[in-house]
Write a protein that binds this ligand. Sequence first.
Ligand code: PLP
Length: 479
Amino acid sequence: MRYISTRHGSQGNPQPLGFEDVMLAGLARDGGLYLPAEWPQFSKAEIASLRGQPYGEVAYRVMRPFIGDAFDEATFRRLIGEAYASFETPEVAPVKPLGESGLHLLELFHGPTLAFKDVALQLLGRMLDHTLTARQQHATIVGATSGDTGSAAIEAVRDRRTIDIFMLFPHGRVSEVQRRQMTTVLAPNVHNVAIEGTFDDCQDLAKACFNDLAFRDRHALTAVNSINFARVMAQIVYYFWAAVKLGAPERPVAFTVPTGNFGNVYAGYAARQMGLPVSHFVVATNSNDILARFFEAGGMTMTDVVPTYSPSMDIQISSNFERLLFDLYGRDGKALADAMAGFRSRGTLKVGANALGGVRELFDAGRLDDEGTLKAIVDCRKRFGVTLDTHSAVGYAVAQQHRRDPKVPMVVLSTAHPAKFPDAVEKAVGERPALPPRLADLMERTERVDGLPNDVATLKSLIDERMAALRQPSRAARR
Ligand SMILES: *Cc1c(COP(=O)(O)O)cnc(C)c1O
């Protein structure tokens, strides 16, 4: 399997890369995102044969075509097995019907940090470590988080000798549970950095590190945010997993995905490109609804981000959306690079009527504000006895507005445990959801974090200093 950038051809025509290089690079050097040159195809018989298999087996079969010769069969099976052994339930991602409504929840929050990010990152951390060990290399992850990605990434790479991780988060703007899930990890390779600024400032700082190519090469910088194709790959699995449980390939299934960076729903689109019969996707947003507006009108116009009860979806520029746009621009990397540059400078982007017609057949979209979110939590609890988190609640409500055919099962992706966003859930139902036992002492654990101003030079010095200290034998021996 070879991978190309969504902007290929915009800066010469670099050689397509293999899986390991794509995983280590994260973002392409031309600023684009990596994609397989073509999607592997699954026949009806192959899809049917997934039914009844354990999650790890489905994962192995769905991902095998993407990895080429990066890992041999035994190694890849072991990495998958270890990744999903860290989940609370052997099913990994249970599919639960909501009464007779035809709605089903796909629970993706049983991993160590209680959000769906664990599904991909638990595997990615292990794949990275394996490849770096084999190549005798070290990589430095620099990332920005508004909460969930940070803890999932830290949990995935803690205590690994091959990787150091610098995670930037906006000081005072993540929830206490989210912050503590990062700062209480005291492993020597974990560096939490609280930035005096917003999430966008953190993201700009991380980007500035990557755009300094000398700095990027000096530390072998790696990105594990959802632009990394390996994460998309690991998320494709649970679309196959849920669909075959509900009757695929004989019967189509619909999915509703609470959306921020468009990574999760894009993985569903990829599953469909691989042959999975999906009737349609529903893109569910909170009041930050740039994507909903796109699917309604064919254009994107940037506005300011407003904080909501579903902070992991408080995003205006959905980085993974570029992968869908690549198809809408006829897989023409140069035309897409021009369109993205225009979007950055003018804040608007439009696609033609033809392309839009195609996506409208496949995607519906809807939004839900904070008031609606609290009502949805109450409604689901009353009707079905299930307490949703705020992100899943957006999906639950929007899904019901977009059932095209009542006979087609509608799967709502449940992306976080309610205890991860306890304030809003308590506000809705009058009761604070409890953390699962393994996190029960989170509020008493010791924290470690560096505070920095919103300044790229200061950040780069911190990274330079830490990494220089790491290269000293005394420190290296301690790890
Ligand atoms: C990250 C996240 C989302 C959004 O996922 P995208 O892949 O960015 O669209 C939704 N819900 C929760 C709980 C998340 O952590």
